[in-house]
Structures are given as C-alpha cells and as structure tokens.
Design a protein around this ligand. Structure first.
Ligand code: SF4
Ligand code: SF4
Length: 767
C-alpha cells in the first residue's frame, strides 16, 4: 500500500497566535516530504474535517498527522477508520503552546520536533490486521453460591449460554447453610430475611434451558484462550460418581467464594478450650442443625456444651482480622453477622445477655440503621476494647474474658457461657498448600542457543505456585495471580473485576470480602466483563485497558534466542512456550501492553503501529542543536499513556510552564520501553532521558501490573550500555508519578534538566 502522508496543522485554540505556523508548515514539508501539508484555523470544525476527508478521497492520503490538540481530546472528531487510515495526533496545544512562552524560538523548535516525530511514526506505521474469528460465547461460571447463581442467571438474561460447575451436590453455597440472613433491601432496619429468595433463584437456574449444570464437579483443567477455552470437568472429591466432561467456553466467571479463617489459629482467643468457644460460622452451623434449617426458632437458646439454656454470650470481633499476624484486612461481613446473631439470640432467648467486644463496628452505608437498632437493645452490650486474655474455668464451665476498654479506659472482666469468635474470610482462589518457592527464572540465565541473557524480574512465586481451582495450562502458572492476600484482582483502583488472566473474571467474595448483597452486584459486573471479552475478542479487539485496539504483537520467531523473557514478563500470561523455549503467543489472551516488546533483547517483537524501529525513527527525527547553551539541552521523556501523559495534559490545561528542553514520546507502558531506545537516544546526542510512569510496589497503579517496575528493573542492565558509551548513569532517571501529581511535573523536570546541565552536554552531539 502507498504511504501517502498528509500533515494538517491547526492554528486554532491560540496555536496560530503562539507559533509561526507558516514556518512550521515549511519545516514539516522539508523534513517529511508529505503529499499534503497545510494549516487550517479550525481543524476540528466541519470545514477542517471536510478538508481532510476530501484529501483522503482525492489524494489517497492514508497517513494522517493531525498537529492540534492532545490525542486525548476530539477523539470523536478525528475518528478515521484505523484499518485504512493511520491517524497520528501531535499535541501542539497542551504539550507546546500552553506550557511554553508564545512566539519564542524554543517553543517553535519544540513544535517542529513534535510534528517531525509524528510524521516519522506515521510513515513507519502499518495498518492493523485484526484477528476476526467466530468464537464460542458461552460463559462458564465456577461456583454455585449466591454470586455464581446471579452470574449464571444474568448471563442468560443477556442472551448467553452458561455452564455452571459446583463442587457440592446442591446449589446455594454458604448462605444456604446459614440459619438466617439479614434483609437484602435497604434501609436494613426491619426483620431478618430468611432464604426464600435464594430458593427461587436456585429454581430459576435449575430450570433454565440455557444453563447446563455440573454438580459434584470441579475443573480439571483450562487450556486455550478467550472464545476457545477448553475446559475439562471432573468429579469433585465429595462425589466421585459425577461424570467427566469437556466444554468449549468463551469466558469464565470465578465465583468460588470464601472459606473461614482457620479456627485453630485463634487459640490465643481461647479457641479449643471448650466447645462453647466457637467461630461465627460454627455458631451458624450449630443452630442451623438444631433448628431444622431455619424453620424453628432455637437460635441462641441452648448452650453447645451441655444443652442448657444459655444466659450469656460474648462476641469477639475482628478475631484474627485486621491483624498483621493473621488476616491483615477487614472481611466486611463479620460486624453485621454478629449483630444479626445477637438480634436472633435476643429474639429467641430474651433473658440472655449479649456482649460484643470490638475494635470498630463497621456497618457501612445503610447497615448503620441495623447497628443503631441493636444499640437500643438493653440486652446487648457493646464494648470497644482489646482482649487481654481468654481463659476457661472447667469446674464452673465458665469462660472468663479480660478486656481493656479502649474507649473509657480501665479493665473489664466478663464471665460468659459461650464465646463467638467473629473470624474473617479467606478467598477460595486456589489451594494454597502448594505455596512454595518455584524459581521461574532458573532457566533465564542461558537461552536455548547458549547465549547468556539478562535476567528478568523475579515473578511473584506465591502466585504461580497455587493450584486446584482452574488448573490453567498456562506457562505462568495454574491459577489467577493475586493482587494481595489471595484475592485475584488485577488493578483494584482502575479495573475491579479484572484478573491478570484475560477472559477470567473473579466475582463476589473470592475477589474481595463482600457480603451477599454486594456479591449480587459483583456478579453482574463480572458477567458484563465476561460478555465484553468474548464480543471484543471475536472482533479482534482488545479488552481493558486498551479497549478496541486491533493491533497485537508480531514475533519474528526465526530470530528468537529462546531467552524466555517475554514468556515470563507478560503480565497476563498470554505467552506459552514450546519444549525448546520458543514463545507460543495467544493473541486472544493479549492486552496489547507491549511489555513483551520491551523485554525482547533481540527486538523481534513489534506491533504494526508501535515497535522498536518506529520509536527509533521518532528519536532520529529530532533536531539536536550542537551549540551547548542552556536552551539547547535535549531531554527525552518516555511518558506512560495512562498516567504521565494525561498529567502533562492537565498541566497544559492549567497553563503552567514546563521546560522546553523536553521532548515527550508517549509509550503504552514503561514496561514496553526497549533498552535499545536509550542507546538510540544517547548516541543521537540526547543529553538525558526521563521516564515518567506509574507507581510500583504493593499498591501499584500500573495498568499493566508491573510495567513501570519492570522498566526500573531493566534499567539495571542499562549501566553496561552507558559504560560502553562512556556516559554517566545519572543521564537516565525514572520517576513514579500518579495522574494527580501533575503539579509536581515542573519541579521534576526542572530538577532533572539542572542535573543534566551539571553533567554537561552529551559528547555525542554532532556525531
Ligand atoms: S503485548 Fe502485553 S499482554 Fe500481549 S503478549 Fe505482549 S506482554 Fe503479553
Ligand atoms: S521473542 Fe525475544 S524475548 Fe521472547 S524468547 Fe524470543 S528472544 Fe526472548
């Protein structure tokens, strides 16, 4: 296909008043030899847009450079078919005239460089060839509890078939075994709900023609990718009579719920001393069995140890929760559960006193209404305190609890007949018995060809060691990696419902501690994600966060050295490998981040519109003045498109000045930066390189999980390049930046520019 370049420079939004647009047009013409290069005073208006459309039709322009506002603005206007027209947005407004002095030579040079970089990229870019496929769109729901049932029924409502796999012989999950639940509709201040609603839901699921149910079953293995998962189902341990089956699946909702925190770890709170010290789950189970599954009212009436009528029951909240030695998080449901249980005890056994010892009572939103109602009960005593000791007087069959009152001070000594430990939720996200160290990097030091390769970032071993839930046949491990504490979320802030395995969506209390009310909404959210995934994938489009991107990486495998860096570093487990270590790329699992491209030491991974070569040509197009004056220093900034680039836009929007020494190249993720670009830039005469990307660490912000952390890690390998070029390490710096940190940018940039000036100009200038 012909490469017909058209450069369109807008002079609206004060661009024409701040820049010499005529000079900009002439420079762009001289440097890039476009078919068309013109300016217009209102490019996004109907006339400007028609001008472009006419050139596309009459002059066969297929590579557009729109030098105007940010690529994040006017996306609905400059919206040409990406399969036939490459559109390159050059940001003259936010990144040039709004942050630099008007009619200034350095501002003009900045604009000229940006237009030339845009033209270089447009010329090199090829058109995407989306992978359009006829794919399976059935939703697999793993788990038949409240979340799973809601996921199944909502998938059907949206028109999709469902395969539901439940390990037990009955549907309903944990709430079904509970005595009673609190009501599910606000304002949560009335009666306690029983479980008719759940029965109806189970009935609807069991009678739906679009839902195929496997009870007493579990997942033996999952292979493939979204739209073509191959799922092997086998009998669960509970019933080995269930038949094995294989299903082809589009996407997966994991609704496997939670299990209680191990009670024996609560021995410091007296667990194990007497049957009368029990967990909240055991309390429910005990009275449910006694009460004919909730149909009679004997909850809280008898004592577990001897069957006598109980007169005093205490609850210890946060038993093993919000505690660094146990579960560091809050499980959200325990406070409401204990209040509900206290209400039932008081209803059925009005003479009993109930004591609730808490760190904080957490009943968010309208649940507060129920808490207030319980505060008014004269038989319920709430104590904000810390437990000093729990002991058991066997002779008198009495439990003694010593409490430090943290609200009013002083010590409280409670003697009760039963003690309930409100323990927390642990996600059923995989069997953690295999939580052992596996060194995935042990093969990385040497490639199959024998060449030594730089090490890749250590993969979190606890995540890959789990097994037992999905049993994925992926190179990176059998289960969804955790965000924290076993919860398999991907990016808690930006993309709840996502896992780091494309097409697989955790929902309900396996994703985060949730009660049944919130789990219902969570199920709907996960189903929408699952549907989006199969629909987008069948059109060859990416899912979050690069939604609609139709490009994907191409691997020039004959040149691969089998170093395995791409297979290990892909944040989404999209790449498997053959027995020799050659990557086996799965495009349907790919999120198009480019981390593999950044990882590849031999630069054989590229996208049609983003590649080591394309960025190298952008760097090459820069004008590097040789005269070592302050304004002639050149700093290349690689800015993450998700946080740093928008932060620069917001700075522009606020018209806050930034050094015109910088030249910004947006990157999909800092993890997509290939180390060759540093060498390209420094050998071109760039004086310093600044990386602006997301925060990393445990509470990372990176849209591609560890991209910015990988960039930092890989910079360790850069020392060799700098030493070879006889350049100082300080010429490359990475800054972790959030979108909201935009006001810090002037100081960050100024500080780096000053540092580079103190080192002096790059000696490669002019070579
Ligand atoms: S582009 Fe990202 S998600 Fe796709 S294979 Fe490469 S690293 Fe994995
Ligand atoms: S494609 Fe590149 S990163 Fe992946 S194994 Fe081959 S050489 Fe290594």
């Amino acid at each position: 296909m012909d490469n017909n370049l058209g450069i369109y420079i807008c002079s609206g939004c004060d661009i024409g008043k701040s820049l010499n647009v005529e000079r900009l047009v002439n420079t762009a013409k001289d440097s890039n030899k476009p078919v068309v290069c013109i300016s217009h005073d209102f490019l996004c208006g109907p006339e400007g847009l028609n001008l472009i459309k006419t050139d596309i039709s009459e002059k066969k322009i297929n590579k557009l450079v729109i030098a105007a506002c940010s690529m994040r603005a006017k996306q609905d206007v400059f919206n040409f078919d990406p399969l036939t027209i490459h559109t390159e947005r050059v940001n003259l407004r936010e990144h040039v005239i709004w942050i630099s002095p008007s009619n200034d030579n350095n501002t003009q040079l900045l604009a000229e460089d940006y237009v030339n970089m845009g033209a270089s990229r447009a010329k090199k870019a090829a058109f995407p060839e989306p992978l359009i496929q006829d794919l399976n769109k059935t939703v697999l729901v793993v788990g038949g509890g409240v979340t799973g049932l809601n996921a199944a029924i909502n998938s059907v409502k949206a028109g999709y078939n469902v395969v539901l796999v439940e390990k037990k012989s009955n549907l309903g999950g944990f709430p079904y075994s509970k005595y009673k639940k609190w009501e599910t509709v606000p304002p949560f201040d009335k009666n306690i709900w029983i479980k008719e609603g759940l029965d109806q839901l189970i009935n609807s699921v069991e009678n739906s023609e679009k839902i195929k149910i496997y009870k007493n079953s579990k997942i033996k293995s999952v292979s493939g990718a979204p739209g073509k998962f191959n799922v092997e189902i086998e009998a669960s341990a509970e019933d080995n009579k269930a038949e094995a089956a294989t299903e082809t699946i589009g996407s997966i909702v994991v609704a496997t719920g939670w299990k209680p925190y191990e009670a024996k770890k609560l021995d410091y709170l007296g667990y194990g001393l007497t049957p009368d010290i029990l967990t909240n789950v055991e309390l429910e189970e005990f009275y449910s069995e006694l009460s004919d599954k909730g149909k009679s009212d004997s909850f809280g009436v008898v004592r577990k140890s001897n069957g006598d009528k109980v007169k005093s029951i205490a609850f210890i909240q946060c038993a093993g929760s919000r505690d660094e030695n146990h579960l560091p998080y809050c499980s959200t449901v325990c406070c409401m559960s204990s209040l509900k249980e206290a209400a039932l005890i008081r209803k059925n056994n009005p003479e009993a006193n109930v004591y609730i010892i808490y760190k904080d009572i957490r009943t968010p939103g309208e649940y507060e209404n129920f808490y207030r109602k319980m505060q008014d009960d004269e038989g319920i005593f709430m104590v904000k305190g810390a437990i000093s000791e729990v002991s058991y007087d066997k002779g008198n069959n009495i439990i003694d609890i010593k409490v430090k009152d943290t609200l009013f001070g002083g010590d409280i000594d409670l003697n009760v007949e039963m003690l309930v430990l409100a323990s927390g939720m642990v996600p059923n996200s995989g069997d953690d018995v295999l939580n052992q160290e596996i060194n995935l990097n042990s093969n990385s030091a040497q490639s199959a060809s024998g060449a030594s390769c730089p090490p890749s970032i250590p993969v979190s071993t606890a995540q890959v060691a789990k097994s037992g839930l999905l049993n994925l046949t992926y190179r990176q491990g059998k289960e969804m990696p955790d965000l924290a504490y076993g919860f398999p979320d991907s990016n808690f802030i930006c993309f709840p419902y996502e896992s780091r395995r494309t097409g697989i969506y955790p929902a309900g209390s396996v994703r985060m501690p949730l009660d049944t009310v919130f789990s219902v909404d969570d199920a709907k959210g996960a189903v929408l994600k699952a549907i989006q995934c199969v629909e987008q994938t069948s059109k060859g489009k990416a899912v979050h966060p690069r939604s609609n991107d139709t490009t994907y990486p191409f691997f020039d495998l004959p040149r691969c050295t089998q170093c395995k860096r791409c297979t290990e570093e892909c944040p989404f487990g999209a790449i498997d490998e053959d027995e020799k270590g050659t990557p086996k790329y799965n495009p349907e699992r790919c999120r198009r981040c480019g981390v593999c491209m950044g990882a590849c030491p031999v630069r054989i991974i590229s996208f049609k519109n983003y590649s080591p070569d394309i960025v190298a040509s952008m760097i090459k197009s820069l004008y590097i003045p040789e005269d070592p004056t302050d304004e002639n220093y050149r700093i290349l900034v690689f800015a993450c498109e998700n946080d740093a680039y928008p932060a620069l836009d917001i700075l522009g929007l606020n018209k806050i000045n930034l050094s015109s020494n910088i030249r910004v190249i947006p990157v999909r993720c800092l993890g997509s930066i290939n180390n060759v670009w540093y060498a390209d830039a420094l050998s071109k005469g760039i004086d310093g390189i600044l990386l602006l990307g997301c925060k990393f660490g445990d509470d990372y912000q990176c849209h591609f999980v560890k991209g910015s952390e990988l960039a930092s890690y890989r910079m360790g390998n850069l020392k060799e390049t700098l030493t070879r070029l006889v350049l100082e390490e300080e010429r490359v710096r990475q800054i972790q930046l959030e979108f909201t940190d935009y006001m810090k940018l002037p100081e960050i940039v100024e500080d780096f520019v000053n540092k580079i000036k103190s080192l002096g100009p790059n000696p490669y200038k002019g070579f």
